[in-house]
Design a protein around this ligand. Structure first.
Ligand SMILES: O=C(O)c1cc(C(=O)O)c2c(n1)C(=O)C(=O)c1cc(C(=O)O)[nH]c1-2
Length: 247
């Protein structure tokens, strides 16, 4: 939006269209590292680096959802949002999305204690994920909910990823990628709710721009994480000190 002309008030349908076009232009399905991952152009060590770094994202998602849950004003909203905590943390040890992500890192041959120690993370992964948790904690509830709307676009990329990785990598199995199967139903349920919330609660031009900016912010941080993987693991000799080194 130009700084010279004030933003117009959009209808809920136009707002949704603007949100969807941000995803079409900026979501991480377009990133060269994802294209390489899904097309089978990465080595096992590069796939390990992706899974190890992405573990930090997965592990902080419940923390960001818990901070948002605490600020939601009604039982109805909190009931809806708390299902995300169960999806990620499970309701018993060894269940939930974070535990399933560790099945993926196990399947790729990474040591679990090393993954969960976070010692091998890229600096940019840490900063990006922490920026997401801080954003959700500090911005309005509307902006926080809007920042989760990248999930509108994740089923598409998950479908491409699972079929591409199974086809191209002999070190990847259906069991290793089991993390993604429940996401295909969880993500649409979560993003339908978040989208309905944003359509209803973004009632002024400023609130609508805040929601659009929150989604742009989220696309940027997902993009940054892949930039860092691309820079560090695709060109030789660029792994930062202390970060994971494929053997
Ligand atoms: O595989 C992916 O590309 C992808 C993307 C995203 C996303 O768009 O943020 C999420 C996930 N996966 C995911 O598994 C997940 O649990 C998740 C939670 C959230 C969120 O912002 O609350 N995004 C995502």
């Amino acid at each position: 939006m130009s700084v010279l002309s004030p933003a117009p008030l959009l209808s809920p349908d136009s707002l949704e269209e603007a949100l969807r076009s941000i995803g079409a232009e900026r979501y991480h399905h377009l990133h060269p590292f994802h294209r390489a991952l899904h097309d089978g152009r990465l080595s096992r060590g590069q796939v390990q680096a992706w899974a190890l770094n992405r573990y930090y994202y997965q592990s902080r998602i419940p923390a960001k959802d818990a901070s948002l849950l605490a600020r939601l004003p009604t039982a109805e909203l909190r009931r809806e949002w708390r299902s995300r905590l169960v999806d990620h943390d499970g309701d018993a040890p060894g269940t939930g999305g974070v535990a399933r992500w560790l099945v993926l890192t196990d399947g790729l041959g990474l040591d679990r204690d090393y993954v969960t120690s976070l010692e091998g993370l890229l600096p940019a992964t840490r900063f990006s994920v922490d920026a997401y948790v801080t954003f959700v904690r500090e911005r309005t509830v509307l902006e926080a909910v809007a920042s989760s709307l990248t999930e509108l676009f994740s089923p598409l990329i998950i479908g491409e990823r699972v079929s591409g990785m199974l086809r191209h990598y002999d070190f990847v199995t259906q069991e290793t990628l089991a993390y993604f199967t429940p996401r295909l139903t969880q993500a649409p349920k979560d993003s339908d709710f978040a989208l309905a919330y944003v359509r209803e609660h973004a009632r002024t031009p400023e609130q609508q721009q805040g929601a659009l900016d929150a989604l742009r912010f989220k696309c940027s941080l997902l993009w940054t994480m892949l930039d860092a993987l691309d820079y560090s693991y695709v060109s030789p000799g660029r792994i930062p000190p202390g970060a994971f080194r494929p053997s």
